[in-house]
Design a protein around this ligand. Structure first.
Ligand code: ADP
Ligand code: MG
Length: 311
């Protein structure tokens, strides 16, 4: 998936890190390659508009239930059916082909026109997804996009794998899948895990550190991951489903901490679209902790986050 994975595993047995690596490889091929042709999500998308329900694996059904509920509870700020819009913008390819961060006037040609955005928006809307015991049915042209949550799901599956290893084999681990982070168990010296939060104003630096004890998932959504600047305006990869344009809610990044990776990933994206005020309410609804770094560089956070985050 074009991302960096790093792992630190505290173990006194040989072979544990290899098992983690093996699982990551399998995940990359099965779970994380959802955008690839031949994947289950691709098959669901390809069948959009047909009368028949497409049968779902238990895993994908479970993920979609979570994602549709976040879509609903965020008032559509997170929308798992945003695929037609993200496909139109294709920011990932766009940012990869030009060098991100530079003023690329050429990129202006890649900005879709308003009419195309409007048409793509008509093909979105989580409330139009039909999920039944038989499977799933999407209206013509609709495309599911699980790009926001692939790495968080990987963290969840890794946590399951680690919990299946004998406790004597593994005392603790911290694994980062492209910036979605799983902390697990304990460090040998008993001190908390330290997770740095990137400074969105200077991405080589960090804005502060999270101290976490035990098992957690941490996800950050920021406007600095994949973007292009055209004529002084930044086009990044998190879309506002209300407008079809990159979200512009007054925050540069949102970091979410909770027990579930799929949730922390979906909530960080949703909170980025909602902005600090409404985002706080959404995080609280899920019992998640959230940290917003605003355009002015100030920190806004849930009450519980204050105990975890040190600027
Ligand atoms: P990153 O991929 O850098 O971790 P995010 O987790 O915020 O960042 O996910 C961004 C990806 O999520 C986009 O590349 C796109 O595939 C998808 N996406 C963008 N906007 C939305 C949205 N409003 N709702 C759901 N998914 C989105
Ligand atoms: Mg995310």
């Amino acid at each position: 998936m074009g991302t960096v994975v790093s792992q630190t595993v505290y173990t006194d047995r040989e072979g544990v890190t290899e098992q983690v690596t093996e699982l990551l490889d399998t995940l990359e091929q099965d779970t994380l390659s959802w955008r690839a042709e031949g994947s289950e999500v691709a098959a669901v998308n390809a069948a959009a508009g047909s009368d028949a329900f497409v049968p779902l694996s238990d895993e994908l059904r479970g993920y979609l239930e979570v994602l549709l509920s976040v879509s609903e509870n965020s008032g559509g700020a997170f929308d798992v059916t945003i695929g037609a819009v993200t496909g139109l913008w294709n920011i990932d390819a766009w940012a990869a082909s030009a060098s991100a961060g530079e003023n690329a006037e050429d990129g202006a040609a890649g900005i879709p026109d308003r009419e195309a955005v409007r048409r793509a928006l008509e093909l979105t809307g989580y409330e139009k997804v039909q999920l039944s015991p038989e499977g799933i049915r999407l209206p013509e042209g609709m495309r599911l996009d699980l790009g926001a949550v692939g790495k968080g799901i990987a963290c969840d599956e890794l946590a399951t794998l680690l919990s299946q290893l004998p406790q004597t084999a593994l005392s603790g681990a911290v694994i980062s899948v492209g910036g979605s982070i799983l902390t697990y168990g304990e460090k040998p010296d008993g001190t908390p895990w330290q997770v740095a939060v990137t400074d969105p104003f200077c991405t080589e630096e960090y804005a502060g550190v999270l101290s976490l004890t035990g098992q957690w998932c941490v996800s950050t959504s920021g406007d600095y991951e994949r973007y292009l600047e055209v004529a002084g305006r930044r086009y990044h990869h998190i879309m506002d489903p209300a407008t079809g344009y990159p979200a512009d809610s007054g925050v540069r990044s949102v970091t979410v901490v909770c027990k579930s990776g799929i949730l922390s990933d979906a909530l960080s994206t949703a909170c980025f679209v909602l902005g600090a005020e409404e985002g706080l309410r959404l995080a609280e609804h899920y019992g998640a902790e959230a940290l917003f770094i605003t355009n002015e560089g100030s920190f806004v956070m849930t009450e519980g986050m204050e105990a975890l985050f040190r600027p």
